[in-house]
Write a protein that binds this ligand. Structure first.
Ligand code: 2RA
Length: 340
């Protein structure tokens, strides 16, 4: 006995990855439906060895469906997620709409799976921001050992975080650099992204930080521990897929770099690639398509008493979005929606 599963936003980067990962992990489905806006009606999307034709989200009846994986923007989610939840279908939402709602669990299964017990309050579970998900997978096992006081993180986020349009812009701008007459002005990003980096993701806030940076702060606190101080600088880089993060951690107690490396080697969802030699570290192009959160460059920060630096890389479409959502569905099935 399996579940009746809907993927909402099935034609986007994340929606397509959700279908891929549901198939790869053989999530128990009795029936699966790909939903999209009317303009994408009938678009074919892959589900394992099969092809699905998208159906119209606007007229879809979620009654009798068990789980809906949402990968659409917050505005559309505001319309359709309550409709699905009210019909008895548990929504796992990748947008930021419900992440900060105290009645909605914000889940990274390797970190706070127990928090899923609260899902029935709204029948909605929130997926964290991609840059948060990979970071908390790395932080949690270290926090359990030496309690984290403060995190300083700089991110190097790929253009796929901005959707297909972001990937197209990097491609077109790069091509335009080499093919006369094909120059491409910035449209998705505020400045040129080809051969450049942009210290601005999402909107600016009153205090001079961006909403992307605020998300990392708020979500880390909700997922791990409200006492952790976080400051972030989120940067867009000319990489297609794979977010990278330089993370500096200050602990309450001293944590030796070798012990930290051993802890991370045993941590769920983590792959340590850490040798102090040429190529002894992970780079974004090597993480694409993988499920793991990769950690490299683990080393003491001797400028403070209990400091540690590390490098964290993960496929932002997978652990940062689609994989985490499917893992939430797996936990939901195992703990809350038992079948058969
Ligand atoms: C980004 N984290 O990378 C945001 C949304 N996916 O653009």
């Amino acid at each position: 006995m399996g579940y009746r599963v809907a993927v909402v936003g099935a034609t986007g980067n994340v929606g397509r990855e959700m279908l891929n990962i549901l198939a790869e992990r053989q999530f128990p489905t009795d029936e699966i439906v790909a939903l999209a806006s009317r303009k994408s009606l009938g678009t074919e999307v892959s589900f394992g060895d099969t092809t699905l034709k998208t159906k119209d989200l606007d007229t879809f009846d979620f009654s009798g469906w068990d789980i809906a994986l949402f990968a659409i923007g917050s505005d559309a989610t505001k319309i359709y997620a309550p409709r699905a939840a009210k019909a008895g279908c548990v929504v796992i939402d990748n947008s930021s709409l419900y992440r900060y709602d105290p009645a909605v669990p914000l889940i990274v299964p390797e970190v706070n799976a127990d928090a899923i017990e609260g899902y029935s309050r709204k029948n909605i579970i929130a997926n964290p921001n991609c840059s948060t998900a990979q970071m908390v997978v790395a932080l949690k096992p270290l926090h359990d050992r030496a309690r984290i006081k403060r995190v300083v993180v700089s991110t190097y986020q790929s253009v796929s975080g901005a959707g297909k349009d972001g990937m197209d812009e990097l491609w077109d701008q790069t091509k335009g650099m080499y093919v006369p007459g094909q120059e491409k002005e910035p449209s998705k990003f505020t400045k040129q992204i080809a051969f450049n980096v942009i210290p601005h993701i999402d909107t600016f806030l009153e205090d001079g930080s961006t909403k992307e940076e605020w998300k990392m702060v708020a979500e880390t606190k909700k997922i791990i521990d409200t006492s952790i101080l976080v400051t972030a600088t989120c940067v867009r880089v000319p990489v297609f897929v794979g977010h990278s993060e330089a993370i500096n951690i200050e602990f309450e107690d001293f944590l030796d770099e070798d012990e930290a490396r051993d802890i991370l080697r045993e941590a769920p969802g983590v792959m340590v690639v850490d040798k102090r030699e040429d190529g002894g570290y992970i780079t974004p192009v090597e993480c694409v398509g993988d499920f793991a959160t990769f950690i490299s460059r683990i080393r003491q920060d001797s400028t403070i008493d209990n400091g540690l630096n590390l490098w964290c890389v993960s496929d932002n479409l997978r652990k940062g979005a689609a994989l985490n959502a499917v893992q939430i569905a797996e936990v939901l099935g195992q703990r809350c929606l038992k079948k058969g």
